[in-house]
Ligand binder design. Structure first.
Ligand SMILES: Cc1ncc(COP(=O)(O)O)c(C=O)c1O
Length: 388
């Protein structure tokens, strides 16, 4: 049977080898602690679950979702209210908002909506691997722009070669950034909007960590600067702020033309999110913002715990202030994969190698803070015993 070329172009999953080792270690009875994946372990707040249960019992909600692929109007109105309250961004729920099955779905539909085969799509290195896969599946050509510590992990748009810019029709960015944790600022947003407008490049500003910031870092939406809505969409999601990764609900916001194009893709692909989940999401956006502060408190403590251990073993650095990941330089200039493998063999603690996010991730590992406190503590004790 033929498998499509577009799939064979997608690079192999770099964690595969490590995953096999983990499986074997677990089968041998070893107590493996994984700090590799960002998926909150705390449950979704009760009021959201209660709302789902009530709405799931209503047969009206057993049919195709209302307003199909766009999402219920009441959900879109609630998203508009949330964006106004949290980011001071005004959005028209009829034309500038669409519901998504998580922001990951939005990344995929963005390229299907605006990229022709052969178009270049810009992304960052290191960067979230799903962008590359989506670009390739849409027939586009990914072009990686390095993001370096000395530039605060922001891309230098002026350094992108002009022949690349000419062929570029799309761009993915995400700050607070996975994997580096770096945050952007309004000055950069203005620069980005001007660059996109001047070069006719559609922006996909993927913002699922917008609420996960520390130490007074401002929560920001790209759409808060003039001109942003003219050049692209922002994606956001209920996954991280409300511990709802499994529920699969998010939103795309911004350019009415792009929202209409994404809506056309969705109209022909899926029929939207289960209404009961949309009602539960309304409850989250309206009534559970306290959960965000609660989770930030938890992550901040874990962050401090990891930073203390790292300092104790000689890794002292100034971490960026966003996301629930720490992007950590490897000790003594060791290669990312070498360190990751060695750490696993010696301590049974799994971290993500920086190179899983691109070649500029070499020399770094990514540690996720979404593990229970006691497991993180145990992981840090093992690391201190081994390396201090
Ligand atoms: C940068 C980035 N975008 C999108 C996603 C997917 O989020 P969602 O659960 O909203 O699909 C993730 C998840 O880890 C992510 O890190």
């Amino acid at each position: 049977m033929q498998i499509a070329d577009r799939l064979t172009k997608i690079p192999p999953y770099l964690f595969m080898e490590l995953r096999k080792k983990i499986q074997k270690a677990k089968a041998d009875g070893i107590d493996v602690i994984s700090l590799a994946i960002g998926d909150p372990v705390e449950p979704t707040p009760d009021s959201i679950i209660k709302e789902l249960c009530i709405r799931a019992k209503d047969p009206e909600n057993h049919r195709y979702p209302t307003d199909e692929e766009k999402g219920m109007m009441s959900f879109r109105e609630e998203v508009a209210r949330w964006y106004l309250e949290r980011y001071n961004v005004k959005l028209n729920p009829s034309t500038e908002i669409i519901g998504l099955i998580g922001s990951k779905e939005g990344c995929h539909h963005f390229v299907l909506a605006c990229i022709n085969p052969g178009d270049i799509v810009l992304m960052t290195d290191p960067g979230y691997p799903a962008y590359r896969a989506s670009i390739l599946m849409a027939g586009g050509e990914p072009y990686s722009v390095p993001i370096l510590p000395k530039n605060g992990y922001l891309p230098r748009l002026e350094d992108i070669p002009s022949d690349v810019v000419k062929k570029a029709r799309g761009l993915f960015l995400n700050y607070p950034n996975n994997p580096t944790g770096a945050c952007a600022n309004k000055g950069f947003f203005r620069e980005l909007a001007a660059f996109a407008k001047q070069n006719d490049i559609a922006v996909c500003y993927d913002n699922p960590y917008s609420e996960v910031v520390f130490e007074g870092q401002e929560r920001l939406s790209f759409l808060s600067v003039d001109g942003a809505k003219d050049v692209g969409v922002e994606l956001n999601s209920l996954s991280k702020p409300y511990n709802m990764t499994g529920w699969r609900i998010g939103m795309a916001l911004g350019s009415p033309d792009l929202i209409a194009a994404i809506s056309k893709v969705k109209e022909n692909t899926d029929s939207g999110v289960f209404n009961a989940v949309q009602f539960a999401a309304i409850q989250a956006l309206r009534g559970e913002n306290g959960n965000i502060d609660h989770m930030i408190g938890i992550y901040a403590k874990r962050r401090a715990m990891v930073l203390k251990t790292l300092k104790n073993i000689g890794i002292d650095f100034d971490p960026p202030k966003g996301t629930f990941y720490l992007w950590v330089p490897t000790p003594k200039g060791m290669g990312s994969l070498e360190f990751t493998n060695r750490l696993f063999e010696k301590t049974a603690v799994v971290v993500a190698a920086g190179t899983a996010y691109g070649k500029f991730g070499e020399g770094f590992i990514r540690i996720s803070l979404t593990v229970p406190d006691n497991r993180l503590k145990e992981a840090m004790e093992r690391i201190e015993r081994e390396y201090a």
